[in-house]
Design a protein around this ligand. Structure first.
Ligand SMILES: Nc1ncnc2c1ncn2[C@@H]1O[C@H](COP(=O)(O)OP(=O)(O)OP(=O)(O)O)[C@@H](O)[C@H]1O
Length: 486
């Protein structure tokens, strides 16, 4: 249940259009998205759209799209929008920063508009038409902000609920009317348990970062959600899953939540890193990392840089170290209070603190303007996590750079999958890393060139080789910071 001691209420949002529609520009490689191979598998997929005008969206949505600076859809939007509009269930995989959020928000909002859905505050129990879940507080808040932006000027009301803020405040917000509920799983189940949310009108269930939402940490909560009283059966709702990574075992499990004829949309290589991110691997020892971090930060100057570490303690430690070295740094991790987490992200977004030291809590989904550098001070022990972390830069056709510190003593188990990801994204693979990959043992299928495009949908029984233990590794790696996930 929500902690009654939590009294934090976030600042009221600015209602000015300039703030609601604030955005950064798409980058020079935006048009190159069109060259990425797209594979839709499953029966009778609808035809992709080439422009937003083909989506036949209502006037207010079109206005909001153009105020957001969107001129043409990205591949995941071109294919995802008509699939969702056709009422199909969808498992979609597209690289980090390529517009997955709008790919599900736009067709959902369009349908709500067509059906004349309007928020009503005269009800003791709110029955949202849409529930969107995501693994972290900051990410779900960002999705909410996107929903609020696209729903601007309409009668559809999105609401966000997540841990670390006052439950009373959350309930008051819900009771003002709630059509699109954006939630982290813990607080969602709490609010449902309190009888403030009814599920009988639910039409869309969206799992963002779906592979994370279905791994060992969250799967029980997701099963509990779909088994909650009033929740329409999967045949009677539309279930949509989005991520940049989908281990095969998770894909199989996800099928339990989806209708039999769901479509699988793969934009590029499933689990592939964004090729707009230049990846550099530096060999280090445990003892040389801090000095090497300072070296890297000398070259980044005041450009926004995220430094990923493995544990909360390490995050505090490195942030303190950098402050002592006169680097303007803030940090975000699961032991910080929500107020501090939001302050840290705000300071980073505004550029007040150009360096953000973070644990995995900031690895997925966050879309921050002008993040130019990622440093993997500690490598995660799961390659998908790496792909998400470096995807905080190089977004929406912009370019970015990711430096990772590879300590052969500690990171040997990641060597093979790292080589695969580097070569899959046409990055240089250092000779020493290739050698480390060849000599590493315990993982299967070392074949850097063999990451073929087909065979991405697990229903095809494809030959795409993942490290056999990826699911388990993901769960274990997240164990270090388990309470990061809400
Ligand atoms: N068609 C478009 N034109 C211009 N900008 C776009 C378009 N679609 C999305 N964007 C912008 O691109 C950025 C990245 O989008 P988004 O956060 O949805 O990516 P994502 O695919 O969900 O990434 P991640 O895998 O990291 O969660 C956002 O700032 C978004 O507003």
């Amino acid at each position: 249940m929500g902690n009654p001691d939590v009294t934090y209420v976030p600042e009221a949002l600015c209602e000015k259009e300039s703030s609601i529609f604030a955005h950064y520009e798409s980058g020079i490689n935006f048009d190159k998205y069109d060259d990425i191979l797209v594979d839709v598998s499953g029966s009778n997929p609808p035809k992709a759209i080439m422009g937003f005008e083909e989506a036949a969206l209502c006037e207010s949505l079109n206005r909001n799209i153009s105020k957001s600076g969107y001129k043409k859809p990205t591949p995941v939007q071109k294919h995802g929008i008509p699939i969702i509009a056709a009422g199909r269930d969808l498992m979609a995989c597209a690289q980090t920063g390529s517009g997955k959020t709008a790919a599900f928000l736009l067709p959902i909002l369009q349908q709500l508009m067509v059906d004349g859905v309007a928020a009503s505050q005269f009800s003791e129990i709110q029955e949202p038409e849409v529930i969107i879940v995501a693994p972290t507080r900051e990410l779900i808040n960002q999705i909410y902000m996107e929903a609020r932006k696209f729903a601007h000027g309409t009668c559809v009301r999105p609401v966000v609920v997540y841990g670390g803020i006052s439950t009373g405040h959350t309930i008051r917000e819900i009771l003002k009317g709630c059509n699109v509920l954006c939630a982290t799983p813990g607080r969602l189940m709490d609010i449902i348990g309190r009888g403030k949310i009814g599920l009988s009108k639910l039409r869309y269930l969206v799992l963002d970062e779906a592979d994370r939402m279905l791994d060992m940490g969250f799967e029980p909560a997701m099963r509990k959600l779909v088994g909650s009283p009033g929740m329409p059966a999967k045949e009677d709702r539309q279930t949509l899953m989005f991520s940049a990574t989908y281990p095969e075992d998770i894909q199989k499990l996800a099928a339990d939540f989806l209708k039999k004829d769901y479509l699988f949309l793969a934009v590029g290589v499933v689990g592939g890193a964004c090729s707009d991110v230049e990846q550099v691997v530096v060999q280090v020892t445990k003892f040389s990392k801090r000095d090497q971090l300072l070296e890297v930060l000398k070259t980044t100057g005041s450009e926004r840089t995220m430094v990923f570490v493995e544990t909360k303690r390490q995050a505090d430690f490195i942030a303190t170290f950098l402050c002592q070295e006169k680097v303007n740094t803030t940090s975000i991790h699961g032991d910080r209070e929500q107020r501090e987490r939001e302050q840290a992200l705000g300071d980073f977004r505004s550029g007040r603190c150009p360096v953000l030291v973070a644990t995995s809590v900031a690895a997925r989904g966050l879309d921050i303007k002008d993040v130019q550098h990622i440093v993997n001070f500690d490598l995660p022990n799961n390659i998908d996590e790496y792909v998400h972390r470096i995807g905080r830069t190089g977004r929406c056709g912009n370019t970015g750079r990711a430096v990772c510190f590879f300590d052969p003593e500690a990171d040997g188990n990641l060597a093979r999958s790292l080589v695969k990801v580097l070569s899959g994204a046409q990055q240089e693979v250092p000779k020493w890393l290739e050698e480390a990959a060849f000599s590493a043992h315990g993982t299967t299928g070392f074949n850097p060139g063999g990451r073929t495009f087909a065979s991405t949908d697990s229903r095809k029984g494809g030959s795409f080789q993942r490290d056999g233990a990826s699911h388990l590794a993901a769960a274990l790696s997240s164990g270090a910071d388990d309470d990061e996930w809400e």
